[in-house]
Design a protein around this ligand. Structure first.
Ligand SMILES: [Zn+2]
Length: 398
């Protein structure tokens, strides 16, 4: 079901101000550039889907601010995002920290970490939840539904609780206990399945039959998560540039590439607006070969099964958005095993960071890029530490 704007329906709860960005004008397919009026199209571009090449939509804004000076509202970067006001638990503005000792160990000029674990529920997903749940309020939805077994689930549950919306999570039966506890605490409804495809079927059913608002993708072959949520990740790029720590290389743990695309899209628009001198190379860090195989010639629509303890970036699909983000920035994909990721977690731990396993993989990926000479001694790299490690059941125990 596509929900057209504006909706006549139920007004958002009056105690939460939701304001759509007046500069947001339409949606555009990232593959065919086909344009659509503002509406909810969780399965992406229907034209490309009909051709067997599903693709995400992105938001189109008619202009951007001329500077990176910002307002003081909770939605500091709202003029670059779909919503300039909406539900907030204090997400964003995460620390960008230089680690000179680790940079020296790696034999490179500068190493920075962007610590997304400092978001309210401990992961970068809060940026998607803030914009996505604001969208749900704006269109009068009463229920938000998503497929997740980890950070996205906890984040959506928190933002739905704050917004007064029902939250339904299609998850796996063996969801790690710390996440299940958090969902219970936050009042979300859990529906457990054995297979990923069953979870997506449930999300589709709730959207099509019940009018629920989808926060994650549910179509196969996969596209990214719905546009109004993914756009929230653009703020990561704005914060990196505004804090003056623009790197030569930017490494991001990646499953479907929502975060990677959001960062790319933000940097691309900053470049076009003359607020950025050059595009850093974006690197997708993955637990087994998926995007790596697509970049080597495999079909984007193929299945890439694999087992990993890096559960935040598990999954068997590749999306166009992650392929475009690395290709158009001149970066690539790096496969990091669970054992290598655990070494990365330990290395970051020795410097005071407790991060989830896939965030540790980022460090190990950088180490490899240095060894291969793809990152030079005079260069600067930034690692996106996607979430805290204290609830990750797969982190190593010494
Ligand atoms: Zn298209």
């Amino acid at each position: 079901m596509n929900r057209a704007d504006p909706l006549p329906a139920t007004a958002p709860a009056p105690f939460i101000a939701v304001r759509r960005n007046p500069r947001l004008t339409k949606l555009r397919c990232i593959r065919c550039a086909g344009e659509y009026p503002l509406q909810d199209m969780p399965a992406g571009c229907p034209h490309c889907a009909a051709l067997g090449s599903p693709a995400s939509l992105e938001a189109v804004y008619d202009e951007f601010p001329q500077t990176l000076a910002t307002a003081s509202s909770a939605y500091k970067w709202g003029e670059w995002l779909p919503y300039t006001e909406g539900i907030s638990l204090g997400e964003g503005d995460t620390p960008c920290l230089d680690l000179p000792k680790l940079a020296r160990e790696l034999g490179m000029r500068q190493l920075t970490v962007k610590h997304e674990g400092m978001n309210p529920t401990g992961s970068h997903k809060d940026r998607m939840s803030a914009q996505g749940v604001s969208r749900a309020l704006d269109v009068g939805a009463r229920t938000v539904v998503l497929a997740s077994s980890g950070n996205a689930a906890v984040s959506a549950a928190a933002y739905c609780a704050a917004a007064g919306l029902q939250c339904e999570i299609a998850t796996y039966r063996d969801m790690p206990a710390p996440f299940a506890r958090a969902l219970n605490h936050l009042g979300a409804r859990r529906i457990a399945f054995d297979q990923g495809v069953e979870r997506w079927g449930y999300v589709r059913q709730q959207v099509e039959r019940e009018g629920a608002f989808a926060l994650t993708n549910y179509s196969i072959p996969a596209v990214g998560s719905p546009v109004f949520g993914v756009e929230g990740y653009r703020a990561v790029a704005l914060e990196i540039v505004a804090s003056g720590c623009l790197p030569d290389h930017l490494l991001v743990p990646t499953a479907r590439g929502d975060l990677l695309w959001g960062i790319y899209s933000g940097l691309r628009d900053l470049l076009a607006a003359g607020l950025l001198e050059r595009m850093p190379k974006l690197w997708a860090v993955e637990p087994f070969p998926r995007l790596s195989r697509v970049l080597a010639g495999a079909s984007l629509q193929a299945e890439f099964p694999g087992q990993t303890a890096q559960f935040s970036i598990a999954g068997s699909t590749v999306t166009l958005q992650q392929q475009l983000a690395v290709q158009q920035s001149g970066g690539g994909a790096l496969v990091v095993s669970d054992a290598e990721a655990a070494q990365g977690v330990a290395r970051l731990g020795a410097h005071g960071f407790w991060v989830e396993l896939c965030a540790g993989a980022c460090y190990s990926a950088l180490q490899r890029l240095r060894e291969q000479g793809q990152v030079g001694p005079s260069q600067h790299a930034l690692l996106v530490l996607t979430a805290k490690g204290d609830r990750d059941p797969f982190n190593p125990i010494a």
